[in-house]
Design a protein around this ligand. Sequence first.
Ligand code: GLU
Length: 417
Amino acid sequence: MDPHPNPFQIAQRQLDEAAGRLGLSPAMHALLREPMQELHFTIPVRMDDGNEEVFKGFRIQYNTARGPAKGGIRFHSNETVDTIRALSAWMTWKTALLDLPLGGGKGGVVCDPRTLSQGELERLSRGYMRKAAQVVGPDRDVPAPDVYTNPQIMAWMMDEYEVITGRHLPGVITGKPVNLFGSLGRGDATARGGLYTLRETAKAQGLDLRDAPVAIQGYGNAGQFAHQLGGELLGLKTVAVSDSRGGIYDPKGLDYQAVTAWKRKTGSVVGFQGADNVTNAELLELPVVVLFPAALESVIREDNAPRVKAKVVGELANGPTTPEADLILHENGIYVIPDFLCNAGGVTVSYFEQVQNAYNFYWTLEDVQSRLDAKMTEAFHSVHAMAQSQRVHNRLAAYMVAVRRVAEAVALRGWAH
Ligand code: GLU
């Protein structure tokens, strides 16, 4: 077993299976198997100590048949071009599954943002946009936050783009601060959308979620809000959470306010009083009802999948489960809410943000949340129905719904049939 599977090979294998089931032509299949366009560039940055450092950046537009490319920008030290390719493919399937008038893209910078000062981070973010400006734009490709990027970074990038173009174009990027053309409800949208799909799963499976124990791997934007909202919206009891340094477990439940206060103070959830420390690997195998992988790719693999005890795996991260693990979870009767369904709340509210920017007219929080609920619920049922009627696991069902929609747009444009 490969301990570091290549995410893009995984994304291509997943597509291959759906393409076979859908009977796509060789040309259509070949077109959907590769990114349509890639930009690779260098970003020179003046560091605080006066030295110059050169970072590598990427922006990949996987497919734009259904609209402008859409997807986040990651700042991560292990970033690779194949990871961005995979993530841009998954964005393509995500926007199609949610039936948003958008394509898929992704960007990234190889860097460790935790070692950068605010000034360095700003210069790197502006430097990224200076290079990406040649391919992005509200009607071309619209970035957003992802792993280790945030609303402040989006604000700098939007400003840089407006300086370059000399125009007011806030819709060039989403996930902006609410006070700078962002949307209400974007901050917690990924977790909230995932919880709506979990609510629908529970209805479909006859599962009682009240006080159901939950483990969350990853305590970034998605993981933290899943902890907070899981209790508020569905009455879930989060018993374990983790971040890159490790995790904590208390079968009696972990208080959201207390854990976040601890993490703010110490930089990690590890060492939280009254809880046992667990590793990230151990967290995945705890006796819980719901497991939320909310960190990085390929954490549920052939080796540990047989030990996953959750009844439902809600993939808030992108690509947390390998194809081998998918089959094992399916055989063990575990209900997987696949990533590009479960975590699609983020891009859905990003789309709402773009609409608000275009109209220069801003919605209430209630409007955003009720429209998000409607979108997530509809997408959930399209996947669930496909899985039932075709007798396939949920990921393959999600692929079949999404790939068919993209293929239709590609055919109507006459790119391939
Ligand atoms: N990075 C998020 C994702 O993977 C959000 C993308 C967006 O809002 O465009 O879905």
